[in-house]
Design a binder for this molecule. Sequence first.
Ligand SMILES: [Zn+2]
Length: 329
Amino acid sequence: MTKKPRTKYLVGVDVGGSKTMAGVFTRQLKLVNALKISTKAHRGADEVIQRIVDCIRDTVDGAGLKLSDIESIGVGTPGVVEPRSGTVVLAPNLHWKNVKLRSRLARALRRPIIIENDSKAAMIGIHEVELRGKPRHAVGIFLGTGIGGALVLNGALYGGCAGVAGEVGHMVLSVGGPTCGCGKHGCFEVFASRTGMVSRLQDAVKKGEHTILEDLLVQERRERGALRSGSLRRAVRSGDALAKRVVHQAAEYTGIAIADLIHMLSPEIVVLGGGVIGALEREMMPTIRRTARAHSLLRFVHEPTIMASRLGDHAGITGAAALARDHRR
Ligand SMILES: [Zn+2]
């Protein structure tokens, strides 16, 4: 009888509202091969899950490996995720409710599957690889289509009693403020997510203000995502007054949210990521740092580092692979 070769690779997957990415990693979290596809969320859960399965198979194949070489697979998805039951409870960006993602992927791929919220997975990727596991207490804030958050406390991902803690995007920063996708008013997300900034621009245009982004704002009504963070950056850099004000306001609210989190958690580091920061780091980070400092009473005792992650869209797949590796079965 020939001895079976030891399986020693991991797969990390980041499922997003528009793109899904899968990567094959070594146990040391070195990326071997990665693949990005469009999620096609509007086609429903069955087809999206099949696309995730195909993307994983193709990534493994592209690395010259077989599924049997994969020790386990970690998957980060947006929304409220229950890692213990393996259920995506609610993911508005995917139009999912109570999807048993873990069991469905396990059935199709016959490998152990670990699922987690996408921001938590990205935070683990940043903490393990970019920050080398050093900070004991760290806060992650991801500004993208929405706003996600994740906490590392005492060296480990903190999920609270139900595994769902860290939803910083729905902290109310302006009582009676603009309506959020969650139904409340004045959430952090209505000011500093891409969707929120688009709504703030639309409100101002309705009141008679002008911006070079007007055509894209019309397009955005038909096709969500048409006005990308890169378009906002171009408008700001060309001196568009309205775009500058909306982006500045987003940075100020982010700084205020960070000051609140510093007061509660006193982290060593606050790390920012997501598409908005990827595109607008230079425009936003100085205001974010200045505002956070101005609003923090703890600055007399300790000032955390506030930084933008360098991992970009690899944070999610790296963290999902790390969660797969460290999961105790
Ligand atoms: Zn909200």
